[in-house]
Design a protein around this ligand. Structure first.
Ligand code: B1M
Length: 210
């Protein structure tokens, strides 16, 4: 098995220390940082994402895989920066006003990072202005809004409307998700996209950002 395959395999098993050591080994062997990222870390994370979509793995497995991804990235990030590898874009992700649930939002952040985005976590209970301020500060191309309550998902419309009325209108796409959210609701409030789970959110963000 190649060192890149080993990185992917160990990431899927959540072996953070092994992933970190293997990334160091791959770089020491002269493999380009971008290749370590694409064919090692991202390859493993993408398999986890697909399995998560099919309910073959669950939240804990995704969390430990994401932790292993972070361990590998801690070695790789300085090399990627030095090599001038740009992230796919910046995604600002937060839970909507009135809503304190953050487990799904955190998973979305991890899958977006795993998908190659720089992620800025806006936190929970975010009003429209917070999304706009953080998106402006970070030069974001995507805003992701999460809601877990039927009573708070309605606050997503205010974010969509505020973004459309702001100078971000032509630059930033808004995607939404969370247990009570549907594609029909996305269409109703005029958001740019809806994703049913964290792995699909990463796929959608790539489509929206390009
Ligand atoms: Co709350 N809660 N909760 N809760 N809670 C639910 C959501 C509920 C369904 C429980 C129930 O009654 N059966 C219910 C909502 C009912 C409704 O409105 N339909 C509920 C309620 C009522 C409440 C309170 C009002 C309870 C009370 O105080 N009376 C209160 C509200 C507080 C508030 O937010 N203002 C409350 C509080 C809490 C806790 C604080 C105790 C805790 C949250 C802890 C935390 O997040 N740090 C909590 C929890 C844990 C839950 C349940 C049990 C689990 C939610 C969760 O994390 N799921 C939940 C019941 C349940 O779902 N079984 C429940 C795992 C997570 C990975 O899934 O977040 O759906 P989820 O994310 C998924 C997808 O939805 C999607 O991707 C994720 C992964 O695939 N996704 C996105 C999420 N965001 C996305 C964004 C995207 C794309 C995809 O693009 C941007």
């Amino acid at each position: 098995m190649s060192v890149l395959q080993e990185i992917a395999e160990n990431l899927m098993k959540g072996k953070a220390n092994d992933v970190k050591a293997l990334v160091e080994q791959a770089l020491g062997d002269g493999i380009a940082p971008n290749e370590v990222l694409t064919n090692g870390l991202l390859a493993g994370m993408s398999v986890i994402g697909e399995r998560f979509k099919k309910n073959e793995v669950y939240v804990p497995e995704v969390l430990i895989a994401a932790r292993a991804m972070k361990a590998g990235m801690s070695v790789l990030q300085p090399q990627l920066t030095a090599a001038g590898v740009e992230p796919l874009g910046v995604a600002v992700v937060g839970t909507v006003k009135g809503d304190l649930h953050d487990i799904g939002k955190n998973l979305v952040c991890m899958m977006l990072e795993g998908g190659g985005f720089k992620v800025v976590d806006a936190g929970i209970d975010c009003d429209p202005q917070k999304f706009i301020d953080v998106a402006k500060e970070s030069n974001a191309s995507v805003i992701g809004i999460s809601a877990l309550l039927t009573t708070t998902m309605t606050n997503m419309k205010a974010v969509v409307d505020a973004v459309k009325a702001s100078e971000l209108a032509d630059k930033v796409k808004v995607m939404i998700g969370g247990a009570p959210v549907t594609q029909a609701y996305c269409d109703e409030i005029g958001a740019d996209g809806y994703a049913p789970d964290a792995a699909s959110a990463a796929d959608l963000a790539k489509q929206l950002a390009t």
